[in-house]
Ligand binder design. Sequence first.
Ligand SMILES: C[S@@+](CC[C@H](N)C(=O)[O-])C[C@H]1O[C@@H](n2cnc3c(N)ncnc32)[C@H](O)[C@@H]1O
Length: 215
Amino acid sequence: MSSQFGYANRRLNRAVRELVLKSGLARGATVVDYGCADRPYVQLVPYGVNYVGVDLPGNPEADLEIAADGAIPVPSGTADLVLSTQVLEHVDDPRAYLAECMRVLRPGGTLLLTTHGIMYYHPDPEDYWRWTCAGIRRLIEDQGFSVLELRGVLGLVAASLQLIQDRTCWRVPRRVRRLYVAAMQMLIALSDRRDTDASRATNSWTIAILARKAE
Ligand SMILES: C[S@@+](CC[C@H](N)C(=O)[O-])C[C@H]1O[C@@H](n2cnc3c(N)ncnc32)[C@H](O)[C@@H]1O
């Protein structure tokens, strides 16, 4: 069902778009999408900026493959932005993954990372981790990054409704399932709009972070 995550995905897309803009990419810059899958954000990369999609072996949409030890064939200090969207929860060693992000970034380069706060198990190829706002901030700062911004995508009530929708919609008779999902999506949007940025950042479906490597 394509609209199952309609509202949540629109909010996530908006957060990524705004944070890409804030990262201040200049013409000739390089973006490394580390765990790119089908490159959902390639169209957000401004004209004149190089985009390199990197993923596990077997993804025909990737430009480069991740080695068995997690290393990527990108020279140190060459990326202006590392994009890591919905990858960290799937990585067996998040510290090693973030260290690789740090290695490929140039001094002053930025990491734009999104990952789940509240979500059910969804392996790709595995699903290991969830973070609180404090836990993800600490993990990223422990790697030497400065967090510039931390946002929540969907607050606690909206995230809870989204999970309820996902687990109940398949039990709803087929003929009214579309209507059920549309009604739930409206409820999710309404409850999310009543939330504040601060409470959304405290308990969220997805956490979006912009962090900088020191100059
Ligand atoms: C849920 S998908 C997210 C894909 C895409 N970034 C997006 O936002 O839609 C998870 C991605 O993480 C990749 N992945 C899984 N384990 C990884 C690892 N150890 N290192 C890097 N990427 C990994 C998967 O191959 C997959 O492309």
